[in-house]
Design a binder for this molecule. Structure first.
Ligand code: FES
Length: 148
């Protein structure tokens, strides 16, 4: 194995997916908190960003997260019908569908973005969602490799 190959192997070993996790204050953020206090194990790759409602999340937030080094983004909010601001989560879902099509056009795999619903009592669902996006993004590799 050449020196360059050894360095590539080392770099690959060191790389860990970085995930920006936007969580609604009223449900998923509390679910994440409960996961922590319940000592539920999940990958430490997600950086949680608390928002008042997922309806507050604009495409700029997600793009900024990717630009700042995230390899993937998790958006987690109240279940449909449970949004504290009536339909913020449904508006976000519609926005995200369009956004995924747009980023695919830009050459970014839309599987780097995941939407999930998790209430304040669904700590395991929150943890499973983080695990899923981390593994999905790990399989895709670093974002920088496809975003040129
Ligand atoms: Fe939680 Fe709107 S208040 S998604």
């Amino acid at each position: 194995m050449t020196t360059v190959e050894k360095k590539e192997v080392q770099t690959k070993k060191k790389w860990e997916p970085q995930i920006g996790a936007f969580c609604c204050n009223w449900c998923s953020y509390a679910g994440a908190d409960l996961a922590g206090t319940s000592r539920i194990q999940y990958p430490p790759n997600a950086r949680i960003i608390r928002v008042n409602c997922t309806g507050r999340i604009s495409p700029e937030f997600i793009l900024a997260s990717l630009e700042m080094g995230a390899d993937g983004v998790l958006v987690s909010g109240c279940h449909p019908g449970d949004c504290h601001y009536s339909s913020g989560n449904l508006k976000l879902r519609a926005r995200l569908t369009i956004m995924k099509m747009a980023i695919e056009q830009a050459g970014i795999n839309p599987e780097r973005i995941r939407l999930q619903w998790a209430s304040a009592s669904e700590a395991q669902i929150f943890a499973d969602g983080v695990t899923t996006i981390v593994e999905q993004v790990r399989a895709l590799g670093p974002l920088r490799s496809e975003w040129k």
